[in-house]
Design a protein around this ligand. Sequence first.
Ligand code: PMP
Length: 290
Amino acid sequence: MKIYIDGKYYDERNARISVFDHGLLYGDGIFEGIRAYNGRVFKLKEHIDRLFCSAKSILLNLPMAHADIMTAIVETCRRNKLRDGYIRLVVTRGPGTLGLNPNRCKNPSVIIIAGKIQLYPPELYRQGMDIVTVPTTRNLHSALNPAIKSLNYLNNIMAKIEANNAGCEEAVMLNAEGFVAECTGDNIFIVKEGQLLTPPLAAGALYGITRRVVMDLAAQAGLKVSESDLTRYDLFNANECFLTGTAAELMPVVKIDGRVIGTGTPGPVTGNLMTQYHALTKASGQPIYE
Ligand code: PMP
């Protein structure tokens, strides 16, 4: 595997960053998880747009222009002969000193890893997932805004550990007011009486790229789509529930905190959206090979 670091390509065992990098010392940095399907990078522009928003929020001056990051990602895929896979783009604050001050970090690092990911076994997509609400709440906006895709993922990791301890793969995270925010690495949707509902960003959700695509697909299919504050009661009494994320794609949810959702099997709206999403991923995106 060839890994891109700051304009050069390294073999896996030589791909290294400094122990003084503030990405490592403080989680000071940002990232994106991107997919390639069928020789094209899916929603590449949207991912880089979001990277720029995260960078602006944490006052990180990206050392590359938008177009150059896109080119570097496509080139990394090409060098790894990737047609279908997962791309991790990481920007760290760069090497500094043993103190918080980011002004001591003069050179942010850009890292691109193009490899494979299989988050969940295929049968889970047919059967649907069992998830739980966990005690760790999503970060407050006023502390660390969940819209920033930062390298500080301990909030999500705590929730993931709590879900795993309860025998589940994913966790529903509530915000400090008790409304549903999202899951540890996915956005959450419910279907209720033919409507598609998902928490607004203000509830503590990431501006998910898959979330946006699914909202557009649903609207095109004639469904009413809305962003609303949801409680656990709304989840329990939904007709259908599913998660969205670049890595997970669309994952049906059939049980939450021991309550069976709908019929206890993936529902028809979820099934249709999964089919449409897969069709779109195969048919669009930035070509890797001209
Ligand atoms: N929420 C969180 C916390 C995430 O980390 C992610 C990405 N893995 C998502 C939602 C889904 O976002 P996207 O569809 O852009 O991958």
